[in-house]
Design a protein around this ligand. Sequence first.
Ligand SMILES: C[S@@+](CC[C@H](N)C(=O)[O-])C[C@H]1O[C@@H](n2cnc3c(N)ncnc32)[C@H](O)[C@@H]1O
Length: 374
Amino acid sequence: MKPELNLHGRTLTLQRYPARTKETLQAWDAADEYLINHVQDMTLDPGRPILIMNDSFGALSCWFANQGKVTCVTDSFIARQGCIANLKANQLPDVQIIDCQAELPDNPQLVLLKLPKITRLLTWQLQQLCQKLPAGCTVIAAAKAKDIHTSTLKLFEKNLGSTKTSLAVKKARLIFCEVNPALAQPLPAPLSWEVPEHGLTLTNHANVFSGDSLDIGARLLLEHIPQHRKYQHIIDLGCGNGVIGIKAAQQNPQARVICVDESYMAVASCLANAALNLPEPAQLEAIVNNCLTGFKPGSADLVLCNPPFHQQNAITDHIAWQMFCDAKQVLTSHGELIVIGNRHLGYDGKLKRLFGNVSVMAQNNKFVIYQARK
Ligand SMILES: C[S@@+](CC[C@H](N)C(=O)[O-])C[C@H]1O[C@@H](n2cnc3c(N)ncnc32)[C@H](O)[C@@H]1O
């Protein structure tokens, strides 16, 4: 994979994050190129902010970093780290990087928005923009043409203003939206629902995995979380709204629980859920991180993990593999890793290779819970 973006006589070297030696996936896509090509013909005011939302690994932020005051808005720690690394590798000036819940800068001249995978986040961001943007501010969204549906355009019309689309180029399309401040409304509250059989109430910010209802894999794992006085330090790796870590904390009140996710909204939801569901919320800590980077080796006796099987829009199992490798490092000797996965993902092979052992704790027709011991 050639990591060079060549456009308009300029070359950027762009890597995904974390950089891998035999990377097969590119750090930008045709929708990024389409946005860059379109904006090339516009005159930019160097004094007014350019908002870049949901940039995958910083390709757009890098491109515009020396053309105006760039603010990169992302819910992803991985995207943030990718953006910082790519700016540095290309010797570009720093840009402001904020998470989705932070206050947007005043008076932006241009908004470039990559469509997020989760529609709730798109709705949230459009409403956030509608509250903030001056009339006449240009908003251009971009995505693969197959991800832009009539319902997507209706969301723009309903929440931000009058909308039209471009022709498809290299299977990508642009969406142009004219801001209508009269459509502004209060931002939607996080979605809350109950899991009555486990006595849990879960609140979910807009970009949380399975934020509308309990994930079916998580439902099975909830029934098999071990309970024992020996557990002193438990990690929920890829915690989402924290459902697994919170249940583990309830069942093991002597243990300190750390929940980790790369999504800022997931971590915010997890902390809110600890406050809602635990008698001692301080028993649980939640942090934004890339897997278990920086964790002390040999420090945890149980890692619980419902791994992701995609990174942004790419289906990949390399994050699951990184999670398993990191868990092995961080576990004490005899420590346990418990993983839930869709049957066809074949996590047992990976765990056997890494730990030298794997057993099936439970299964149903779709999911399997594996246990590996260090
Ligand atoms: C399948 S979801 C599981 C969520 C929750 N534990 C559950 O069972 O409902 C996987 C989670 O891993 C998180 N994730 C993805 N890549 C990550 C990374 N590199 N480091 C930490 N978390 C990551 C995602 O944001 C997502 O919340």
